[in-house]
Ligand binder design. Structure first.
Ligand SMILES: [Fe+2]
Length: 132
């Protein structure tokens, strides 16, 4: 799998959330290195660490959202479903095809983690949010 560059249209307009999303992508790119170096143990550790970081990110995001008056139960449900999904993937990793595992993780990142924040990005625009 090729390394990926954070796309400008992935930014949702909240500094901390955007920085955390960039950090998550950086971790995915580091897992590309683990695969290239055929470091299976490190890949497993990196994936477990990634899952921890996603959980922390979701927690921070929920706090930020509710501080800004954005309450969305569906978003919280999505967070817990995604954490379960990632946990299942990381548990299976020792038997797996690492390239495939990483492309699934990347798909979850782009199609679910980032995409799920689109509504919050709209909300921030609607309230003319300009804070950091
Ligand atoms: Fe997010």
């Amino acid at each position: 799998m090729q390394k990926l560059i954070f796309a400008e249209n992935w930014r949702i307009g909240h500094k901390q959330i955007d920085e955390e999303h960039e950090e998550l992508l950086k971790m995915i790119n580091e897992m590309v290195d683990d695969i290239e170096e055929a470091d299976v143990v490190k890949f497993g550790e990196s994936l477990a660490f990634f899952c921890e970081k996603v959980a922390i990110h979701f927690d921070n995001e929920t706090k930020i959202m509710s501080a800004l008056g954005y309450e969305e139960q569906k978003h919280e449900n999505m967070h817990s479903d995604l954490l379960k999904e990632l946990e299942l993937i990381s548990r299976k990793v020792e038997h797996g095809d690492f390239d495939r595992t990483l492309s699934i993780v990347f798909d979850i990142f782009v199609k679910k983690i980032l995409k799920g924040d689109i509504y919050f990005a709209d909300y921030l625009r609607n309230i003319n949010y300009v804070g950091s």
